[in-house]
Design a protein around this ligand. Structure first.
Ligand code: NDP
Length: 240
């Protein structure tokens, strides 16, 4: 029977590319979203991939959402923690709310979703969890103390959870993308983006499918000996 995956934030951007790559690999995919109902409906119509609405920062909603997916599609074997937001600003200008929202969605979402899926994976003796970190969690970034802290936390979360899953056939890895041409990066002012691109050795932004191929590999049977790793896909921007 086909494996079942949940891709959080899986109906657009990098998440959409991941949903499609997993579907191509024969996985039954549930793609989640939180606000963009029209885009999610269009995505499901275009791809045939089921979409589900819940907020990854809401602990109970994650448990209920995972239970619904399990009932409708089957037990969840693969979790891709991809949902993420930015609320940029220097520390002096950043509100507590902007700090908390970014931590709750980016890092809290990983905890909430892992809590709802990890026990089942361990019981069944097979699982894959891939957390989407960031080059800015590895290297830091001006104006992003919230985002860099959350993404850096994801890398620690990955290594700790990998140790809890290793004996049970559950691998836990992270991918740290560099700058990828999605809506998130479109929000960066053009002059700032031009400076960033000038520092990327390959000389361009990355594409969502370049992250998705890495995710699909880490979810495959062939990747069973890889756990607790971070795969950097950043055009050589930060060789970590
Ligand atoms: P986008 O802004 O294009 O998409 C973000 C996705 O996350 C959307 O699907 C959105 O859902 C979902 N989402 C946001 N908040 C929540 C929430 N509270 N609950 C559930 N889903 C939520 O981002 P990208 O595709 O660019 O980024 C995907 C991931 O990759 C993020 O974790 C990001 O931090 C990371 N990343 C991106 C980089 C880039 O250059 N683009 C670089 C490094 C890391 P909805 O459609 O409903 O709004």
């Amino acid at each position: 029977m086909a494996r079942v995956a949940i891709v959080t934030g899986g109906t657009r951007g990098i998440g959409e590319a991941i949903s499609l790559a997993l579907k191509d690999a024969g996985v039954t995919v549930a793609a989640t979203y939180t606000g963009n109902v029209d885009k999610a409906a269009a995505f499901t119509e275009r791809t045939g991939i089921a979409s589900y609405k819940w907020d990854v920062a809401d602990h109970d909603a994650c448990a209920e959402g995972v239970a619904q997916v399990a009932q409708e599609l089957g037990s969840v074997d693969i979790l891709i923690n991809n949902a993420g937001i930015t609320r940029d600003g220097t520390l002096l200008k950043m509100s507590y709310q902007a700090w908390k929202e970014v931590i709750d969605v980016n890092l809290g979402g990983c905890f909430n979703m892992a809590k709802a899926t990890f026990a089942g994976m361990r019981e069944r003796g097979w699982g894959r969890i891939i957390n989407i970190g960031s080059v800015n969690g590895q290297a830091g970034q001006y104006g992003q103390v919230n985002y860099a802290a959350a993404k850096s936390g994801i890398h620690g979360f990955t290594k700790a959870l990998a140790q809890e899953g290793a004996k049970f056939g559950v691998t836990v890895n992270a991918i740290a993308p560099g700058y990828i041409d999605t809506d998130m990066v479109a929000a960066v002012p053009q002059d700032v983006l031009a400076k960033i691109v000038s520092k990327i050795p390959v000389g361009r932004l990355g594409h969502a499918h370049e992250i998705a191929r890495g995710v699909a590999f880490l979810c495959s049977e062939d990747a069973g000996f890889i756990t607790g790793s971070t795969l950097s896909i950043n055009g050589g921007q930060h060789m970590y």
